[in-house]
Design a protein around this ligand. Structure first.
Ligand SMILES: Cc1cc2nc3c(=O)[nH]c(=O)nc-3n(C[C@H](O)[C@H](O)[C@H](O)COP(=O)(O)O)c2cc1C
Length: 398
């Protein structure tokens, strides 16, 4: 007797979306705070300051923003820089302020200051791999010290009444991938949501994608869990939801490269039209960001440093993006850097007009590359083979 086996047909995009829609969550709650869409900007030191968060909010598609981490000792003592890092706009809600430290008392006092300032959420950093933070001040070293981690959570929970969340890595190293245990402890102590980066502390920013501990945590606790690590576009976001069952995703480096990523993912999740961004819009957003940091930092060097950092990510994957980065590095003044930005994006707009469509900002972050690595050389070679392009706007002929 012949058995007729019908192989499942691969789903085309539209069918896949229809199939996913009923099961994909589009929002979640942290107590009574609605996080909608369920796409969260990751905390990033030196990046997610007020200006960057403003930029992301102005583009839209983000359900929650988180500050860069702030030393609890500094915040409790009212150090000006720490207070500046903890600022948020009156309309930036919901917003979480992230703190780190090893002293339960300092963490609790800093958390009280955050609550008094009117923030929505206090977030504890159990994930930072940096030697400085890890050795002396907490971060992912707390994954090796569950008793201390519990003391900290308990003290902070007791001190504040607003929601408390924790961000961590999947473990300390390959032998201690204990995020689910720490997560359970957090839930017992009253933490109301967790974000988990799939890497261990030992992975730093390398390692092979392994989201099993995120999935295990999601299955173990009842509070919402966010998946984090290498989500850079709709595909990688959907893969995170599919592989782990998380309630939301948190995006870091992908949002510096492409601050439209939240809107693009949301569009895919809700079946809305694709979000396409042309050179003029990229230029406008970058210039708006430069203006904003100019108003924030007192000295020009600080402004220029921040501009270079963001432009560095932002131009990855764009044609001749490396040339703009080099031009930026050599810029001696803010106005010169702005001039280079305009020169580049005016050229890009002309190229786009010639080819009839915008260049995409969507690109992958190969897991073996540390943040800030240059992928554009490989990309440029690939592009050159596919389509002819004029000389760089920064070449003598350009
Ligand atoms: C420049 C930079 C700064 C970061 N600073 C913080 C931080 O202050 N607090 C934190 O919890 N994680 C920090 N992280 C980790 C990110 O929040 C995130 O977990 C990590 O980058 C993985 O997500 P991604 O692949 O989407 O970037 C930082 C990452 C980068 C690249």
């Amino acid at each position: 007797m012949g058995v007729h086996l019908e192989l499942p047909r691969p789903l085309d995009d539209r069918r896949a979306r229809r199939h996913l829609r009923p099961v994909l969550p589009l929002r979640f709650h942290i107590r009574d705070i609605v996080i909608e869409p369920n796409l969260v900007l990751a905390p990033m030191e030196g990046v997610t300051d007020l200006s960057f968060r403003r930029l992301v909010r102005s583009i839209g598609g983000v359900g929650l923003t988180v500050t860069e981490f702030i030393a609890s000792e500094a915040l409790r003592r009212g150090v000006a820089r720490a207070e500046m890092m903890a600022r948020f706009d009156p309309d930036e809600h919901p917003v979480a302020i992230q703190i780190y430290g090893r002293s339960a008392e300092a963490m609790a006092e800093a958390a009280v200051a955050i609550e008094e300032a009117g923030a929505d959420i206090v977030d504890l950093n159990f994930g930072c791999p940096s030697k400085k933070v890890c050795a002396h001040s907490g971060g992912s070293s707390l994954l090796r010290e569950p008793d201390l981690a519990r003391q900290i959570v308990r003290a902070v929970r007791k001190a504040i009444s607003i929601p408390l969340t924790v961000k961590m890595r999947s473990g300390f190293d390959a032998d201690l991938r204990n995020a689910p245990d720490i997560a359970q402890m957090c839930e017992e102590e009253g933490v109301e949501s967790l974000a988990i980066h799939w890497r261990t502390r030992a992975d730093m920013y390398g390692g092979l994608r392994a989201v099993d501990k995120i999935a295990e945590t999601k299955a173990r606790v009842r509070i919402p869990v966010l998946g984090n690590g290498d989500v850079v576009d709709a595909e990688s976001a959907l893969a995170m939801f599919r592989d782990t069952g998380v309630d939301g995703v948190m995006i870091g480096r992908g949002a510096i490269k492409n601050p439209w990523v939240f809107r693009q993912i949301r569009a895919r999740m809700t079946g809305e039209p694709e979000v396409v961004v042309d050179a003029a819009e990229k230029q406008a957003v970058l210039l708006r960001y430069f203006e904003s940091i100019r108003g924030e930092f007192r000295d020009d060097r600080g402004v220029l440093g921040r501009m270079k950092k963001i432009a560095n990510y932002f131009t990855h994957g764009l044609p001749y993006g490396t040339d703009l980065r080099v031009a930026f590095l050599h810029s001696q003044s803010i106005d010169e850097a702005i001039g280079q930005t305009n020169r580049y994006f005016d050229w890009l707009a002309e190229e786009e007009e010639r080819r009839g469509r915008p260049f995409s900002l969507v690109s992958h972050l190969p897991v073996e590359l540390p943040p800030g690595s240059d992928q554009s050389a490989a990309w440029a070679a690939e592009r050159k083979a596919a389509e002819p392009i004029g000389p760089s706007p920064f070449s003598p002929a350009g």
